[in-house]
Design a protein around this ligand. Sequence first.
Ligand SMILES: Cc1cc2nc3c(=O)[nH]c(=O)nc-3n(C[C@H](O)[C@H](O)[C@H](O)COP(=O)(O)O)c2cc1C
Length: 371
Amino acid sequence: MNAPATLAPPPAAAVAAEAAIDPLELRRCLGSFVTGVTVVTALDDEGAPLGMTVNSFNSVSLDPPLIVWSLRNSAGSYGVYSRARRFVVNILAEDQIEVSNRFARSGSDRFAGLAWSRGIGGLPLIDGCAATFECSTEATHPGGDHLLFLGRVERIVGSGRKPLAFGAGKYMVVHPYDNAKNASPGTSNVASLNAVHLARPCLEDLNRETDKTVGLGVWGNCGPTLIWWIEGSQPLDLRLRCGMVLPLLGSATGKVFAAYSPPEITAPYLEAEIAAAARGEGSDFASRAAVDAHLAAVRERRLGAISDAVLTDINERGVSAFSAPVFDASGAIVLALTMMGDARSFDAADPAVERLADAARRLSARLGFQR
Ligand SMILES: Cc1cc2nc3c(=O)[nH]c(=O)nc-3n(C[C@H](O)[C@H](O)[C@H](O)COP(=O)(O)O)c2cc1C
């Protein structure tokens, strides 16, 4: 095996143009390039395993098989990696967030209690990864405050597990975009995968533009169901759960589904909630007539709302929420986009509510809804 070569540093002339770059903006923009997450493992001078979380990994060449990653010059293990003749890139699977965190934390024994085996040269292969690349160090190259490693791939193992992703400072799971092509727009009022796929980036935009907590509801097999949400920067202390079934009359999401879904689907739920209200539990709607009048008003505004509400087991402080329906090409409601805020500062006059309604209208149009 050849000793790793060290290439010449870049010409100084390249540095001047970087002066105007705002470091925070640079980080933010780099974060829009979503990557996988890896742990690069090696052996230290005493033969003890070491590893660190790295997302600067990328492919370089297929023939010969070469990959690249970069190491911060100030990393505690810089010396060991820069001398290492070999390393392993362990591509983490989507359920290995804990592994990523433990190899990014300093000070702890990163291998304690971890399942791993030894690969070529006795280097650590972490169990449960999506893939491993066992590499020899082909070259290193100084790159500003990082050192680049060019690795020659000598053995690969792929497990078929789905990879963990990382972008904008957050862990992510990946869903193939192709699923959206294959799913036909919703039938009756069951949300199709296509609608959900399209709704997520739309809600991300809404959250970024309004800084409100936004959520996505579908009609599940037990009624209106919250399947996803993103919090605004002011936490609402809501104990939300993915798959949480919401009341039809006591939640904004429920109200839009109650207003637009076929009555034969909603009737059993509404009757149960009206009966509960008559016993003094749940919503204030103690008669069918009151419910019908309210749902007509929801259709009139195309907006479900709850104001200063406290939901059992979800929140203690009053929350106001608005929910807008999303329709598919057949005119059936497939989703509800919901926006939540602290009741003390969020009401119907907030311009964010109109943006919510607009987002739902645009999403409906993309799903082929024509009215
Ligand atoms: C998702 C993620 C990706 C990271 N990518 C890199 C990277 O590419 N290069 C790097 O030097 N550090 C990266 N880090 C930071 C290191 O994992 C972290 O600084 C580590 O604790 C360094 O170990 P050491 O200083 O104990 O050697 C990343 C951290 C996270 C959470």
